[in-house]
Write a protein that binds this ligand. Structure first.
Ligand code: HEC
Ligand code: HEC
Ligand code: HEC
Ligand code: HEC
Ligand code: HEC
Ligand code: HEC
Ligand code: HEC
Ligand code: HEC
Length: 509
């Protein structure tokens, strides 16, 4: 008998004892605890033969119980899946009051989401055993596997790839259903940073845990098999990297929660938290690398030793308990775009550009482009929907004012640093990442890079305006003192910077 290692509630071992056509009698063993082994014996034909026109899809064994044929053996996936929206897809389609034939292929088992291309499953039979988005929607035809589950190579593995989305007709996997004006997850995701792969980073083991889909899942200890698991090809951060295909245990069916301030657990923090302070031992040590989480929570940057600000001391406004979803509040916000004149539906923005306050086109649809910081050119719905800012205009004004002020501080600091080391990060001089001696100018330069990360001050201004400003002002004072710079250069006296720092700190201590 074949015994395989699986997680607690998963199938432990299945032995096929008899096959009569498609009526299979079998015995199941599975563990419900480390030692307590439960043995379930089923000696009945466990599903009816599917119609021939289904072309190999099996669908439900018992629709009323939402028991899939696959779920007879894969009990862990069955019970998790039954708690997801996929298990109710048919019901919500009918309840919408708008159900039409063309809606059905995305709300049933058939060719969408898997390798099958012919009309099959629901599409060819209209048999209710194919209602809902079931196992085979993602895994593909189960007939051959179920007849011989032990034969390696017959296992219907699911794919985590989404196809080349420059033409949505080529979409595969999740993207084959999650597209269109009502739920354009695929279209938006394809324009986001998560859809692109930095191949030199994906190819290196130390980087793959954040930069390669397969590497991320390995780092997160997802050992399950899928088509691309051992492939050469680099998977991007696709849908199934962030989302759990089977389990609705976390909100949004995510693999890791977003409503937590725990850096260890938060989905976005798992990757967006690398070099958040200068690293004298790295040749890139003066450039922040995805510093957003630490900045948001008040821990990023170089804290000049002679200045009285401590790590974690400045209260973060946006990284606080009143912003329950942290990153996702601002970066993954969905809203409906309607026609100004008629009020008719135009587009459901899904937040899957992952851009906070995204620029919008004339219709109000979010795009990845450059634009000014106004509530006309951008959507600030993420700032108001959660109840934090009273209006989109106010939020725009706050971001615009703060990023301008921080830009001025950053300009003042870089002007001083250019006096200390005209070549800045070029080899030699006070600022030289390759030289392991750490200088005050280097710490200050890191803070400058942190404030202007992403080529502008908008990100740092939103992530932690008080800390960013305090670090810039403290860096200015420190550089003036350390290198005996005549303060009039920046148009302000040394005392001015002290007062500024006191003002920022007293507001936020
Ligand atoms: C009669 C019991 C049975 C049924 C029904 C069944 N499977 Fe399996 N499945 C197995 C066994 C046994 C294995 C092999 C486990 C192993 O080798 O670790 C397996 C393996 C798999 C694997 C691969 C796991 C791996 O480690 O590579 C996938 C994916 C899978 N099944 C999906 C399905 C899907 C989808 C269905 C429904 C179409 C289904 N199974 C129906 C018994 C079953
Ligand atoms: C065959 C089409 C189809 C495929 C393939 C598919 N989905 Fe879905 N998905 C749906 C439909 C339809 C719903 C809406 C179900 C409902 O709310 O009734 C849905 C809902 C969801 C939801 C929201 C659940 C909720 O509780 O509101 C998530 C998240 C999701 N899908 C993620 C995925 C991911 C990730 C994949 C790929 C691994 C995927 N889907 C593959 C059709 C599909
Ligand atoms: C291209 C595939 C596709 C087609 C075609 C499709 N849907 Fe869906 N439907 C989805 C997906 C994916 C979701 C899940 C979206 C989400 O969670 O935001 C969904 C969700 C839904 C929901 C649940 C929405 C909610 O907010 O919970 C309803 C109701 C629905 N669809 C009705 C329809 C109707 C009516 C039609 C035809 C007029 C239709 N669908 C056609 C893929 C499709
Ligand atoms: C929305 C798409 C989707 C649906 C629906 C789905 N799966 Fe999966 N399944 C996947 C993906 C993707 C993987 C690989 C990654 C993972 O498991 O997280 C997977 C992995 C598996 C595995 C491999 C486990 C292993 O040990 O390697 C089994 C078995 C499985 N699914 C069975 C099922 C069964 C049974 C159902 C229905 C009750 C189901 N799946 C529904 C997408 C799906
Ligand atoms: C970087 C991580 C990430 C990636 C990649 C990603 N998502 Fe999401 N997704 C999220 C987050 C975060 C939410 C918001 C959940 C919430 O607010 O409850 C979400 C929400 C959703 C929802 C709505 C869930 C609900 O409960 O209403 C669906 C459906 C969905 N995503 C589908 C997809 C699809 C399809 C793809 C690929 C085209 C994808 N996602 C890629 C992180 C991701
Ligand atoms: C699995 C790791 C991973 C997770 C989880 C993740 N990201 Fe990312 N993110 C990346 C990588 C890697 C890039 C850069 C990709 C590139 O440029 O090639 C990126 C890019 C981005 C960008 C674009 C940055 C830019 O400068 O254009 C934003 C915004 C973003 N992520 C936000 C989020 C949010 C919000 C979440 C949580 C919902 C999240 N990410 C979850 C890895 C991740
Ligand atoms: C802890 C997760 C993590 C690790 C490990 C990691 N990165 Fe990143 N990296 C990110 C995230 C997240 C982004 C995108 C967000 C940003 O720009 O702040 C990013 C951005 C990048 C970018 C800029 C991409 C662009 O499109 O502008 C490059 C290049 C890069 N990383 C290279 C590497 C290399 C090389 C390694 C290994 C030596 C590595 N990364 C290790 C998380 C990580
Ligand atoms: C209060 C809203 C808000 C929160 C919370 C937030 N961001 Fe941002 N984020 C922004 C804004 C605004 C920008 C600048 C957008 C632009 O330039 O168009 C930004 C920019 C970014 C960028 C681009 C590079 C950069 O650093 O400027 C990344 C990546 C990013 N955020 C990731 C995250 C992650 C990860 C989290 C959670 C740890 C997070 N953000 C929390 C609003 C927010």
């Amino acid at each position: 008998m074949h015994i395989s290692k699986h997680s607690v509630f998963d199938l432990y071992s299945a032995a096929i004892v008899g096959i009569t056509g498609l009526a299979i009698t079998f015995v199941l063993f599975f563990v419900s605890g480390c030692d307590a082994r439960e043995v379930v014996e089923i000696e009945r034909p466990f599903f009816e033969a599917p119609p021939e026109e289904a072309l190999g899809f099996l669908g439900y064994d018992d629709e009323d119980e939402k028991l899939t044929v696959c779920g007879n053996c894969h009990v862990g996936q069955q019970s998790a899946w039954a708690g997801t929206g996929h298990a109710d897809a048919w019901e919500s389609l009918q309840a919408s009051g708008h159900a039409q034939a063309f809606c059905e292929n995305c709300h049933t088992v058939g060719p969408n989401g898997n390798q099958s291309t012919e009309p099959s499953g629901w599409a060819s039979t209209q048999d209710s055993r194919y209602h809902d988005v079931q196992c085979e929607s993602c895994h593909g035809l189960g007939e051959v596997h179920v007849a011989n589950p032990d034969i390696d190579g017959s296992h219907p593995q699911a794919s985590l790839a989404v196809g080349d989305l420059s033409d949505l007709a080529n979409a595969t996997g999740c993207a084959e259903c999650h597209q269109g004006a009502h739920h354009p997850f695929a279209e938006e995701w394809a324009q986001s940073g998560h859809a692109s792969v930095v191949s030199f980073a994906a190819a290196r083991e130390e980087c793959a845990g954040c930069h390669r889909g397969q590497g991320v899942l390995a780092a997160w200890r997802v050992t399950d098999s899928y088509v691309e698991k051992d492939a050469e090809e680099h998977l991007a951060i696709t849908c199934g990297v962030c989302h759990d295909p089977h389990s609705g245990a976390n909100e949004g069916q995510l693999r890791r929660p977003i409503s937590t301030s725990s850096v260890e657990q938060h989905l976005c923090a798992s990757c967006h938290n690398r070099r958040t302070a200068p690293d004298p031992n790295s040749s890139h040590g003066l450039s922040p690398h995805s510093p957003q989480t630490a900045l948001l929570l008040g821990d990023a940057g170089w804290f000049p030793p002679d200045v009285e600000i401590d790590q974690g001391e400045i209260l973060p406004t946006h990284g606080s308990a009143s912003n329950a979803k942290l990153c996702a509040t601002c970066h993954v916000n969905s809203f409906t775009v309607t026609d100004d004149a008629t009020g008719d539906f135009v587009f459901n923005a899904t937040g899957h550009l992952f851009t906070a306050a995204p620029c919008v086109n004339e219709q109000g649809i979010p795009t990845q482009s450059e634009c000014g910081i106004t509530a006309v050119e951008r959507s600030f719905a993420g700032c108001t929907d959660a109840g934090c800012h009273s209006s989109e205009e106010n939020a725009a004004l706050a971001l615009s004012n703060t990023s301008t002020r921080i830009q001025e501080r950053a300009d003042a600091l870089i002007e001083l640093l250019e006096m200390v080391d005209p070549g800045l990060e070029e080899a030699g001089g006070e600022i030289d990442a390759a030289d392991p001696t750490f200088t005050a100018a280097e710490g200050a330069f890191f803070n400058y890079n942190l404030a202007t990360f992403g080529n502008d001050t908008r990100g740092a201004s939103a992530h932690n305006p008080y800390l960013t400003e305090a670090l810039l002002v403290a860096s200015i004072s420190t550089v003036i003192d350390t290198y005996n710079i005549v303060p009039s250069v920046t148009g302000h006296t040394r005392e001015y910077w002290n007062t500024e720092l006191d003002r920022i700190l007293s507001k936020n201590r």
